[in-house]
Design a protein around this ligand. Structure first.
Ligand SMILES: NC(=O)C1=CN([C@@H]2O[C@H](COP(=O)(O)OP(=O)(O)OC[C@H]3O[C@@H](n4cnc5c(N)ncnc54)[C@H](OP(=O)(O)O)[C@@H]3O)[C@@H](O)[C@H]2O)C=CC1
Ligand SMILES: Cc1cn([C@H]2C[C@H](O)[C@@H](COP(=O)(O)OP(=O)(O)O[C@H]3O[C@@H](C)C(=O)[C@@H](O)[C@H]3O)O2)c(=O)[nH]c1=O
Ligand SMILES: [Mg+2]
Length: 283
C-alpha cells in the first residue's frame, strides 16, 4: 500500500511521515492554492490511497482571508476527492469540531446539524460537502484540539507562557477533547486501509481524545505534568475576545468510529505525557 499525503510540515503530516507506506507532499510539490496541482500529483504517483493533512488552520486570520481559506480547505479537497474517485482509491479528509455551532452540552454525532461560527469552520464544512459530492470511497474524519511536539499548538503555547508567568487566564466554558496528532495519523491510515476493501464504510466520523475537558483543565494538566508553577484562572470566553468565535460545546460522539474501524478515543493525559517527554519538558 502506498499512501499519498498532502502536507509535510504540519502536525498531523509529520506524524503520517513516520509510516513506511506514506509519501508526503509539501507545498513545493503540490500547492493547495492551485488545486489542479493536487490532481496532477495524484495521477503522477498513482497511490493506493490519499490522505489530506494540509489545511488553512489559522482560525482568527481566516476571518480576514476567507477566500484563501476556502480555496485551500474546500476547493483543493474537492479536486483531490474527484481524482481519487476517478481512480477508485480511498480518500481521507481531516475536518474539525468547528463545523458545529457549539450549542448545548450533548456530544455531537456525525449526522447532527452543522452551523459553523466562523470562516475557518465554514471553509472546512464546504470541504466536507465537496468530498461527499465527489462520491468516491471516502472518510471525513472530524477531530479537535490537535496537539503534538511540533508546530503551533496549545501545549507549546502554555509551556512558553507558563515559563514566564505565575498565573494565566484560560477559558473554561469551551469543552472538547484534546487529540494527539500521532493518534490522528494512525486513525487515518487504518481508515484508508479499511476503506479499500469496504467502500460502504464511506462517511463522516468523529475522533477526539478523552475525557472531554475545558481549555483551562487542559492547561492545568500541562502545568501539572511539566512541573511549571503557573496557576490557571478559569475565565469565560467573553473575557478572552478573539476575531473568530469558538464553539462552547465541542464534545464529539466517537461511537461510530469505534464500531466501524475499531478505533477508540485515546486518553489525552497519556498523550500529553508522550508529547512532554518528546519536548524534554516532563517534570
Ligand atoms: N490544529 C488543530 O487544532 C486542528 C486541526 N484540524 C484539522 O486537522 C488537519 C491537520 O491539521 P494540523 O496538522 O494541525 O495543521 P498545521 O497547521 O499544523 O499544518 C497545516 C499544513 O498544511 C499545509 N498547507 C497550508 N497551506 C498550504 C498550501 N497552500 N499548499 C500546500 N500545503 C499547505 C502546511 O504547509 P506549510 O508548512 O508549507 O504552510 C502544513 O503542512 C487539518 O485538516 C485541520 O483543519 C482539525 C481539528 C483541530
Ligand atoms: C493562549 C491562550 C488561549 N486561550 C484560549 C483561546 C482559545 O479559546 C483556546 C485555545 O486556543 P488556540 O489558539 O489553540 O485555539 P484554536 O486555534 O481556535 O484551536 C482550534 O484550531 C482549529 C484549527 C481547530 O480545528 C480546532 O479544533 C481547535 O483546535 O484557549 C486562553 O483562554 N488563554 C490563553 O492564554
Ligand atoms: Mg491555533
Amino acid at each position: 500500500m502506498t499512501i499519498l499525503v498532502f502536507g509535510k510540515t504540519g502536525q498531523v503530516a509529520r506524524e503520517l511521515a513516520r509510516f513506511s507506506e506514506v509519501k508526503c507532499l509539501g507545498r513545493e510539490d503540490a500547492d493547495l492554492t492551485a488545486p489542479e496541482s493536487c490532481s496532477s500529483a495524484i495521477h503522477a504517483h498513482l497511490p493506493t490511497a490519499v490522505i489530506n493533512a494540509a489545511a488553512y488552520t489559522a482560525v482568527d486570520n481566516a476571518e480576514e482571508e476567507e477566500a484563501l481559506a476556502t480555496l485551500i480547505n474546500a476547493d483543493a479537497p474537492a479536486v483531490m476527492a474527484r481524482a481519487c474517485a476517478a481512480l477508485d482509491i480511498p480518500f481521507v479528509q481531516i475536518s474539525t469540531d468547528y463545523v458545529f455551532d457549539g450549542s448545548g452540552t450533548t456530544p455531537w454525532q456525525p449526522d447532527h446539524a452543522t452551523g459553523p461560527l466562523g470562516a475557518y469552520g465554514r471553509s472546512k464544512l464546504k470541504g466536507e460537502e465537496n468530498v461527499h459530492l465527489a462520491a468516491g470511497k471516502h472518510a471525513i474524519l472530524r477531530t479537535s484540539w490537535v496537539v503534538s511536539a511540533h508546530g503551533n499548538n496549545f501545549v507549546k503555547t502554555m509551556l512558553r507562557l507558563g515559563a514566564d508567568r505565575d498565573t494565566l487566564n484560560v477559558v473554561a466554558d469551551q469543552i472538547g477533547g484534546p487529540t494527539m496528532a500521532r493518534d490522528i495519523a494512525a486513525a487515518c491510515v487504518k481508515i484508508a486501509q479499511d476503506l479499500r476493501g469496504d467502500p460502504e464504510k464511506s462517511g463522516i466520523y468523529h475522533f477526539s481524545g478523552a475525557p472531554d475537558c475545558s481549555w483551562a483543565d487542559f492547561a492545568r494538566a500541562i502545568f501539572d505534568q511539566s512541573g511549571l508553577s503557573c496557576a490557571v484562572n478559569d475565565i469565560p470566553s467573553s473575557d478572552y475576545p478573539t476575531p473568530a468565535a469558538r464553539p462552547f460545546n465541542s464534545r464529539m460522539d466517537c461511537t461510530s468510529t469505534a464500531a466501524t474501524f475499531g478505533i477508540d478515543r485515546p486518553d489525552w493525559n497519556s498523550s500529553l505525557t508522550e508529547i512532554l517527554a518528546e519536548l524534554g519538558a516532563l517534570k
